[in-house]
Design a protein around this ligand. Structure first.
Ligand SMILES: CSC[C@H]1O[C@@H](n2cnc3c(O)ncnc32)[C@H](O)[C@@H]1O
Ligand SMILES: [Zn+2]
Length: 441
């Protein structure tokens, strides 16, 4: 008697990522949100009686992509301040707008816009750092998307919170409200060493240890950040964080562009994780992160899009391709970051950084069925000798046809099922209007 299951997905190729081999003509069986088997299609047809059966004869099935660093709601500021270096961009444009326009509705609408874009681009999970995480959680959960939301912390006041203690207590309260939701996780998110004091970092470390939460923080993004830290603290930001005890397997350091040999050694010996954001680093002219060196030294690295105001897309296919090309160019080694490694960094390694590798990141029985199907049938993707190479070097997010999160179909034939598109479009149009005609200082 065939076993009744919720879903059977047959694919021409499957890159499980838990091994280096690409499976041909295999199927993934899904029941109760999880993967129950990965097996040859012929065997799957005999063994299972699926309630839903999806056939993908020209596709590769990969684990859902994980965006290891973003500010989702910044989609509403996409393209509002281009062609600027980080500090001009932040201090003269972004922070003033956030100071006047930030609200739960802004974060809810902006995060919904981000979820629509990310899901259609094969991203099933994102690691967010922004204001009003309750509004972000509502948006993600409406789309059925997985998210780790930051208990974001700054020392200075914004419409969201008055000081570091207020940011932390508001974030912890939101975490409490969402405990038990299987798709929503939290992390501590001190913004950066230049906006957070030693005392606040100490408090954050204690909370991370007590609650076993990752710590998500921008680090070593620009040369100026390092010069300022040397002047103010007499040490580089990573040395300061090391002294405070922040480095370790719970840390996700974002950007890590400017690293000397001692910095690299610190990251490696403490098993810290890095979110590499190649597009944002180029667009803000921050520099080139030494990713090939990091990988050689055993540092765990995933990819982040950063926010849509500094990218200006939330496109992990673009990040994968750019990261692979930059790693080769920067290291002078064409073998740096081959496609299989890039796909693992965008999935399993990012899951590891978030402490979620036992749940997501690979197509492995027992894990949640977070999956992405990419069509390699169109002419521009032919011929195909190596489908994993095609994911990084040929295909784009426009080739994604289906996405599942915990076995639930979130993108069906390139569309978002049951999504009230009009409501979102009109909300975005209203925000565009109010940002376009804002009072300029
Ligand atoms: C406290 S919420 C997050 C905060 O970070 C700002 N931000 C966005 N991108 C970057 C970046 O690349 N480096 C530093 N800070 C960034 C965002 O505008 C929010 O204010
Ligand atoms: Zn960022």
């Amino acid at each position: 008697m065939p076993e009744a299951i919720d879903l059977l997905i047959e694919a021409r190729w499957i890159a499980t990522v838990d091994s280096d081999t690409t499976l041909n003509n295999h199927a993934v069986a899904v029941h109760n949100e999880r993967i129950v088997a990965v097996l040859p299609t012929r065997e799957a047809r005999a063994r299972f009686a699926p309630a839903r059966h999806v056939k993908l004869p020209g596709h590769i099935l990969i684990p859902g992509l994980i965006n290891l660093h973003t500010h989702a709601a910044m989609t509403l500021m996409r393209g509002i301040a281009d062609d600027l270096p980080l500090m001009d961009w932040l201090q003269k444009h972004i922070w003033p707008i956030e100071g006047t326009h930030m609200s739960p509705q802004f974060v809810y609408d902006g995060t919904r816009l981000a979820c629509a874009e990310m899901l259609k681009g094969g991203i099933t999970c994102f690691n967010d750092m922004y204001f009003y995480p309750d509004a972000a959680a509502s948006a993600a959960s409406e789309f059925g998307m997985r998210a780790t939301l930051g208990i974001t912390t700054l020392e200075f006041p914004t419409p969201y919170a008055s000081d570091a203690a207020d940011y932390i207590s508001k974030g912890l309260a939101v975490r409490q409200d969402w405990l038990g939701n299987p798709l929503i996780e939290f992390c501590l998110a001190p913004h950066a060493p230049y906006t957070v004091s030693d005392a606040t970092f100490e408090r954050i470390l204690t909370l991370s240890e007590q609650l076993n939460l990752p710590i998500h923080c921008h680090i070593h993004e620009t040369a100026q950040e390092i010069a300022d830290s040397l002047q103010q603290h007499g040490q580089r930001p990573l040395q300061r964080l090391r002294k405070l005890g922040l480095l370790g397997p719970n840390l996700i350091g974002v950007h890590a562009v400017h690293l000397n040999d001692d910095d690299l050694e610190l990251l490696a010996t403490t098993s810290s994780n890095i979110a590499h954001c190649p597009t944002s680093n180029l667009k803000l002219a921050s520099g080139f992160a030494p990713v090939a060196k990091m990988r050689q030294m055993g540092i765990n690295v995933g990819f982040g899009t950063d926010g849509a105001a500094s990218n200006n897309r939330l496109d992990m296919f673009a990040e994968m391709r750019l990261a692979a090309l930059l790693a080769k160019g920067v290291s002078g080694n064409a073998q740096a970051l081959p496609a299989g490694e890039v796909l693992r960094m965008a999935t399993l390694d990012a899951a590891r950084a978030l402490g979620l590798a036992d749940k997501i990141g690979s197509i492995t029985p027992g894990k949640y069925a977070d999956l992405c199907a990419v069509s390699l049938s169109p002419l521009e993707t032919r011929p195909c000798f190596d489908p994993v190479s095609h994911i990084v070097n040929v295909a784009g997010r426009e080739h994604i046809t289906h996405v599942w999160v915990a076995g639930k179909c979130c993108v069906d034939n390139k569309t978002l099922p049951n999504h009230p598109q009009n409501d979102l479009e009109s909300a975005v149009a209203l925000w565009q209007n109010s940002l376009e005609f804002r009072q300029q200082p």
